[in-house]
Design a protein around this ligand. Structure first.
Ligand SMILES: Nc1ncnc2c1ncn2[C@@H]1O[C@H](COP(=O)(O)OP(=O)(O)OP(=O)(O)O)[C@@H](O)[C@H]1O
Ligand SMILES: [Mg+2]
Length: 332
């Protein structure tokens, strides 16, 4: 891979199954992943994430298009691509009846390590993923997060240039998810490029330098998490008067700070704000001067969730709707 060359470059990839060209799973997929970065490929169930990963990891050929991974053509030079990549599939590849250590030694042997080097490599990875204490227990006794860490470790046996991780934490509870994220961040510090697919917007937000959102078989939005959120528009304030009779007056007071259309839904007023901090301070003073009391108030920031909804028409994948900050305290 030459310096400056992307770790992954996908151009106009098409893929249909069963000869049904009218319903392509991938319909002109373009993707560029910079070396040393984490790239998130986001999409709901059935969007084609695993299909894209299978194509990039040489397990499946595209119908058309160009796929370069680690500077090599994934279709015509698949053998050499395989030597440079690791894959952690969507479903665990480890053998549950074996211990964590036995699994890693086995994967190392499959990757042509000699027995002594295989044991050494397994030891390093057990250490790196915090699995030393559980190393000799059968994997079937492991928690979901520990299993996923064994999967990650197995994907890293060969210290790949590019690691593909298909849905790293689907089905894991939030605490365990943090562990897996930490493991992935650790890899990136070591220089590995990571492409991960996910249905969790928060996961992409936490881990990815750049995100591609997949819809109708192609990328419908691309950017850093911050760029994507900025696309979804301004922050906004949600405010409910203590007395419903104040609704019109309150709305009029707020119009001064609004950066767009104010909307009213029952007794909830939504006000877009271009500058949340100074607006909130101003609003707070104005409401006090006007003797208006509010029952509830919160400041919201667009989430990736909103962007996803706008660009794909799909509602949230798996996401917790979080109010970024409750501004009640500020106004009291
Ligand atoms: N080998 C195959 N043969 C036929 N259809 C397939 C095959 N693999 C995938 N598909 C279809 O392609 C579509 C995309 O599947 P894919 O597994 O790539 O989606 P995904 O985004 O990974 O979904 P999930 O989030 O559920 O993992 C689905 O409609 C699926 O049924
Ligand atoms: Mg999948």
């Amino acid at each position: 891979m030459r310096s400056g060359e992307p770790a992954i470059s996908v151009e106009s990839v098409h893929k249909s199954f069963g000869g049904d060209k009218n319903k392509p799973v991938l319909d002109g997929l373009d993707l560029t992943v910079a070396r040393g970065s984490v790239h998130g490929l986001l999409g709901p169930n059935g969007a084609g994430k695993t299909t894209a990963v299978r194509i990039m990891t040489t397990l499946m050929a595209p119908d058309s298009g160009r796929v370069m991974v680690a500077g090599l053509d994934a279709v015509h030079d698949s053998g050499r691509v395989r030597e440079r990549i690791g894959l952690v599939g969507q479903y665990a590849a480890v053998d549950e009846a074996l211990s964590g250590r036995q699994n890693l030694v086995m994967f190392a042997r499959l990757n042509r390590y000699r027995p002594s080097s295989a044991r050494r490599r397994a030891e390093e990875l057990l250490e790196r993923f915090g699995l030393v204490d559980a190393a000799d227990r059968q994997v079937k006794t492991y928690s979901g997060g520990m299993r996923r860490r064994v999967d990650l470790a197995a994907g890293l046996i060969t210290a790949p240039d590019v690691l593909f991780v298909d849905e790293p934490t689907t089905g894991l509870d939030p605490g365990v998810r943090q562990d897996v994220w930490a493991a992935i961040r650790e890899l990136v510090r070591g220089g590995t490029t990571v492409l991960l697919t996910t249905q969790y917007l928060e996961e992409a937000d936490q881990l990815a330098d750049r995100i591609s959102m997949l819809g109708r078989g192609r990328v419908v939005a691309e950017g850093s998490p911050a760029e994507l959120k900025a696309k979804a528009g301004d922050d906004w304030l949600e405010i409910t008067p203590a007395d419903e009779a104040d609704l019109t007056l309150l709305r009029a007071e707020l119009s001064r700070w609004s950066s767009g259309d104010i909307t009213v839904d029952h007794n909830l007023i939504r006000v877009p704000l271009a500058d949340r901090a100074s607006s909130l301070i101003g609003i707070s003073a104005a409401l006090r001067d006007a003797n208006l009391t509010v029952r509830d108030l919160s400041l919201r920031t667009p989430t990736l969730d909103e962007v996803f909804l706008q660009v794909t028409g799909h509602t949230a994948l798996h996401t917790d709707r979080i109010t970024t900050s409750t501004a009640k305290e500020a106004i009291r």
